[in-house]
Write a protein that binds this ligand. Sequence first.
Ligand code: NCD
Length: 330
Amino acid sequence: MTKLTRPSLSPLKADHFFSISETSDQDLITLLTLADYYAALMQSGSDIPRVLTGRTQVNVFFENSTRTNSSFELAGKKLGADVLVVPVAASSVHKGEALLDTVQTLAALNTDAMIIRHKEAGSCKAASAALGAAGLSTCKILNAGEGTADHPSQALLDALTMFQSLGRTPDQGLHGIKIAICGDIRHSRVASSNAQLLPRLGAELRFVGPEALLPPEESYPEIDRYISLEDGIQDADFVMALRIQFERLPDGLALSKEDFFQAHGLTHERLAPAPKAFVMHPGPMNRGVEISGALADDPQRSLVLKQVQNGVAVRMALLDAFLHVGHNSP
Ligand code: NCD
């Protein structure tokens, strides 16, 4: 059996992980290559080098999360870090403490990496400025989902899942690959981060959904938009379904959930124009709204659980690359 060795990679240019658009091409390939290595290492059952022994990671999620919070926690623990998951519901946040005080307090625990999820755009940058002002700038900030614009680690795990399905390495890119993102694109930070990443990797990206859930045309002039699911998924290699973000639709949706499923829900039958396509979903899924339960559970078509698994590898890569000092040692 060939021994899996950590790829020798250049140190990252970025200090923090705020968004895909603020991450260089080289850093993106470094992170994806490292994630590919960690995915293979976990798959092989080999011991995982505890490169983060003695380092402290704090997860502070001001919005609900199942996959992202638990996979960042597992990733840090697998690499040997001390991981604190702040129970926000029970914290002083509910005594009126400002975000920036919370962040400074948590960074003062000699924290090396803080993983932040927040509903406001710009929270991670504001947190990093507050840490700088308090002399705590060695703490790296990793964005775990912020507002409607950025969820960069989700985009990386989606791309990694595509590379694996295609049998490609990240440096080979996604040239010639057609990807349709379907559903509530307007309110989705997953769609936004993927739109920042997938075309840069060479993929052809399309947005598919009812007009009310598509972003304004001028926001993404390069991306083709389709109202018809049939047209939008034609010959796609990957079809990604997204949840309707009802919490971000103050007036609700004119369509009922049943009507949405009829017109835009993904099923085996409706995938006919894309006979080779794999189906993806970042979760949480609403079965019978954006996707049928039968399709979500079909191991021949659905990559949903593979995405969850790759979430750990991607977050290991992020923690390793941003925190591991002896960067190029084997
Ligand atoms: C997404 C999120 O929180 O942005 N979930 C995730 O992190 N996997 C998508 C969603 O909430 O619909």
